[in-house]
Design a protein around this ligand. Structure first.
Ligand code: KIV
Ligand code: NA
Length: 275
């Protein structure tokens, strides 16, 4: 399994870091077999596998449940778990308790928190306690209500300055990695060049130190319209629905199961059964 030191080394070597989300045992097995460097149990699971409108509905119990499944499927892959909405905002104690559960109970190797401001102190405290923290700036979906929609962030010079300052504060507080979501590629490049820690982009152009995609976007699995920054490498929906339709047709027509799918009792036993 890679370590936080390996990720810094990869940045120094100009080796792009590949991150994908996973939420359950089979997707985790796939991302590990596919060779990702780091897996993210994102709170995007609220939408992708639980069908909520946003990540705001996701609870700590949800994250623990899914992280356990992911660790069973990808035991050799460094796993970051999102701290869900409002589990790291109230005070230090609640934050520590939540992070302890994610690492000790669920098996996460690190946690991810969104935003800056007061969160800088939380990152410092968690790091001091031995919890590796990945920061998340730019578009921060847990703040969707405040942001007023899923929009590109850091588009003005002033906003870009603020973003860079927040990124530096996160690095100084001890974050080992930064996810940068939905920012102009020039801004993401500048943040990546300024920081020593690796910057993982999503909707942030090609000049970051790595990329992250949501599993269900990458596979086109149960997602409707995808964002501009998504590239799908498979099409589960267009393969999955016809597969289900064929199964239903076969069952209705009595074509499935065929003889090869059935179990057979030997003749002697059959004779005894029916006399
Ligand atoms: O929850 C998630 O999947 C994320 C990524 C989009 C970075 O936070
Ligand atoms: Na997230």
């Amino acid at each position: 399994m890679k370590s936080t030191a390996n990720f810094i080394q990869m940045k120094e070597n100009n080796e792009n870091i590949a991150m994908v989300t996973a939420y359950d045992f089979p997707s985790a097995k796939q991302v590990q077999s596919g060779g990702v460097d780091v897996v993210l149990v994102g709170d995007s699971l609220g939408m992708t596998v639980l069908g909520y409108e946003s990540t705001v509905s996701v609870t700590l119990e949800d994250m623990i449940h899914h992280t356990k499944a992911v660790k069973r499927g990808a035991p050799e892959t460094f796993t970051i778990t999102d701290m869900p909405f409002m589990t790291y905002h109230v005070n230090k104690e609640e934050t520590m308790k939540a992070a302890r559960k994610l690492m000790q109970e669920a098996g996460a190797d690190a946690v991810k928190v969104e935003g800056a401001g007061d969160i800088v102190d939380r990152v410092r405290e968690l790091t001091a306690a031995g919890v590796p923290v990945c920061a998340h700036l730019g578009l921060t979906p847990q703040s969707i209500g405040v942001m007023g929609g899923y929009k590109v962030q850091g588009k003005t010079a002033e906003a870009a300055h603020r973003l860079l300052a927040d990124a530096k504060a996160m690095e100084q507080a001890g974050a080992f990695m930064l996810v940068l979501e939905c920012v102009p590629h020039q801004v993401a490049e500048s943040v990546s060049k300024t920081l020593q820690i690796p910057v993982i982009g999503i909707g942030a152009g090609a000049k970051t130190d790595g990329q992250v995609l949501v599993y269900h976007d990458l596979m086109r699995y149960g997602v409707g319209r995808t964002a501009k920054f998504v590239k799908s490498y498979a099409d589960f929906d267009n393969q999955g629905v016809p597969a289900i339709q064929s199964y239903v047709t076969d069952v209705k027509a009595g074509v499935f199961p065929a003889a090869e799918h059935a179990f057979t009792m030997n003749e002697d036993e059959l004779d005894q059964l029916y006399g």
